[in-house]
Design a protein around this ligand. Structure first.
Ligand code: B16
Ligand code: MG
Length: 219
């Protein structure tokens, strides 16, 4: 293993609840829709506009909005989301992640970010982690979102590594599919049944370690 390519939301910090609250506010205000709780996990790893399209399809409203209107609505949601994440600090880093980053660095592992979030640099800055990563892949420069491999391939390329030498770290079904499609080893956090496509699944981020990553990569 030469590189670890990290998802952000759900792996480094838990912003899924803020995304869900912002989408719920928009859906209620704009469409009079109440989003079911399952949407919180279903929208994980899904890009901003793809998330909105899913919500519109749920409400049977997809054909009522032009692509331009969809962009404007997605932008409105992002405003709610940015207000909600204003208060993030290093206390919001998920358990074990700071230690894991130090362990990986001690072993000379390159670190990069493969998040679908256009807000990733701002979030890492708030968490005080911006300088810990060697690269952040830009989701606005890739053709296809997760579950396509594009963002993970960009994450490996940004640190000059062959995907086969990298472990991809994820919490979402779409993200694990993207890691596997990129030809990487997948280590995931969450429900083992839901994330069965991963090469290793642990219940919490506190269970991540250099040893787990290296051992899973070797198997
Ligand atoms: P933004 P990840 C994803 O981040 C989130 O899981 C997903 O819910 C969100 O819609 C997407 O980022 C886009 O985020 O609106 O900030 O650009 O899990 O890939 O780190
Ligand atoms: Mg995620």
């Amino acid at each position: 293993m030469k590189g670890a390519i990290f998802d952000l939301d759900g792996v480094i910090t838990d912003t899924a609840k803020f995304h869900f609250e912002a989408w719920s506010q928009l859906a209620k205000e704009q469409f009079g829709l109440i989003l079911p709780a399952e949407f919180e996990s279903e929208l994980k790893g899904i890009s901003r506009t793809d998330s909105l399209v899913k919500i519109l399809e749920f409400g049977g409203l997809r054909d009522n909005y032009t692509d331009e209107e969809i962009l404007a609505l997605a932008d409105k949601k992002n405003g709610y989301y940015l207000t909600a994440i204003e208060t993030l600090t290093k206390d919001d880093i998920l358990p074990g992640i700071t230690r894991l980053i130090a362990e990986l660095k001690e072993h000379g592992i390159k670190l990069s970010i493969a998040s679908a979030s256009k807000n990733a640099p701002a979030i890492l800055e708030k968490l005080g982690l911006l300088n810990e990563f060697d690269a952040i892949a830009d989701p606005s420069k890739v053709a296809n979102g997760k579950p396509a491999p594009d963002i993970f391939l960009a994450g490996a390329k940004a640190v000059d590594l062959d995907p086969a030498d990298c472990v991809g770290v994820e919490d979402a079904v779409s993200g694990v599919a993207a890691v596997k499609a990129a030809g990487m080893t997948a280590v995931a956090v969450g429900d083992a049944t839901e994330l069965a496509q991963a090469d290793a699944v642990v219940p919490t981020t506190a269970d991540f370690s250099y040893e787990l990553f290296e051992k899973t990569w070797q198997e």
